[in-house]
Ligand binder design. Structure first.
Ligand code: KG4
Ligand code: ZN
Length: 352
């Protein structure tokens, strides 16, 4: 089955063609970073309008490039969670194309897409595993028993890890999107200079809280400004390094705890923050000590992309899941409310 995947939940227009026999055939991404950077964050209305402009030419190019015209057997589009207007663009396009081409279509959960992205790699993890989902809107630990069988183990009570990175970046006067810029600056930072807290690690459980870390960063910047004037480049780098280290350590501690709690030996990290090299190396090191292993997607598939949606949608379409003609999208959508694959195979029921 050859599936066209469409991702428009936020500020990236991503499209891909995935074939269950041949693997990933091709993908294209248009990032709106430049459009939103002057506002310091995503402007939802601008995002929707840009998806409208870019999506169809991108699909056209991709079908041409992959020789897939007339060969698409199914369409998968992100139907939540995300920005409503942005989601509507992808969902309407996906639905309309499916109607025109006479093929089934399915709405995919954005975080399920992220979670499954590492399965696109040659060295893919096997079920069951624990997944750490760390993006701009989510920080969740999930026990993944099988495809579609998700048990939420813990999540952030306030800011998501990526959101904290983005906010810390603003305090350090770095451009949007903040995460990669904080990571870049942290490379020249001195880890000995500032020590930031590791929130909620001294109590049991698998929930997170990153808003205190954000406040700690602000206090650190202000204190420095009061005592020594505006932070110089080296001070900003030292703060970035201390912040990143605190987020990474906190995530590592909770991941180890989740593996111990579930008795599993495999961890998958997914979502934009899983591109963070410091987090990756700390996890690799920590998990080696407990005879466990971490898997992640290639860099370009950590952040939003069409390939993960094509892959996730293909698995559900192959299991017989489809949707009615109605276009429905959701700003919020709990991952653990998704139907397992076996159940729908038996009943032929629709998903979202
Ligand atoms: O998964 P994603 O592309 O979009 C959402 O679904 O939210 O994640 C975007 C988030 C942003 O907060 C961005 O700053 C963060 O991921 N991010 C990073 C890195 N690359 C992206 N955070 C830390 N280090 C990175 N290298
Ligand atoms: Zn995402």
């Amino acid at each position: 089955m050859r599936v066209l995947g469409i991702e428009t939940s936020c500020d990236e227009t991503g499209v891909a063609v995935y074939d269950d026999e041949e693997g990933l055939i091709g993908h294209q991404l248009y990032s709106q970073i430049e459009l939103h950077s002057e506002y310091g964050g995503v402007v939802p209305e601008l995002a929707s309008r840009d998806h409208v402009r870019k999506l169809i030419p991108l699909i056209d190019d991709l079908l041409e490039q992959t020789n897939s015209k007339g060969l698409i057997d199914g369409i998968a589009y992100t139907s939540g969670p995300g920005l409503m207007g942005a989601l509507m663009v992808g969902a309407c396009a996906g639905r309309a194309l499916a109607y025109a081409w006479g093929c089934p279509a399915i709405g995919v959960h954005h975080m399920e897409g992220h979670l499954l992205a590492p399965l696109l790699e040659d060295d893919a993890p096997e079920f069951p595993f624990v997944a750490l989902l760390v993006s701009g809107g989510h920080t969740q630990l999930v026990e993944v028993k099988a495809l579609g069988q998700y048990v939420l183990l813990g999540e952030s009570l306030d800011d998501a890890a990526g959101e904290a990175f983005d906010k810390a970046a603003k305090m350090l006067d770095l451009d949007y999107p903040g995460g990669p810029n904080v990571a870049k600056l942290a490379l020249s930072g001195d880890l000995e200079r500032f020590t930031f807290p590791r929130p909620m690690c001294d109590r049991p459980g698998l929930d997170f809280s990153f808003s205190g870390l954000k406040t700690h960063t602000l206090v650190c910047v202000r204190k420095h400004a009061q005592e020594n004037g505006l932070p110089d480049d080296q001070t900003c780098a030292d703060i970035a390094a201390a912040f990143q280290e605190a987020v990474a350590d906190t995530l590592v501690i909770k991941c180890r705890r989740a593996l111990q709690q579930t008795g599993l030996k495999t961890l998958v990290i997914a979502g934009g923050v899983s591109a963070n090299t410091r987090l990756r190396s700390k996890l690799t090191e920590a998990l080696k000590k407990i005879q466990s292993r971490v898997f992640y997607a290639r860099h370009e598939f950590c952040t939003d992309n069409g390939a993960m949606i094509a892959y996730a949608g293909c698995q559900r379409l192959l299991a017989g899941q489809t949707e009615s003609l109605e276009v429905s999208v959701r700003a919020r959508w709990p991952l653990d409310s998704l139907p397992p694959l076996e159940a729908s195979e038996a009943s032929g029921e629709q998903t979202a």
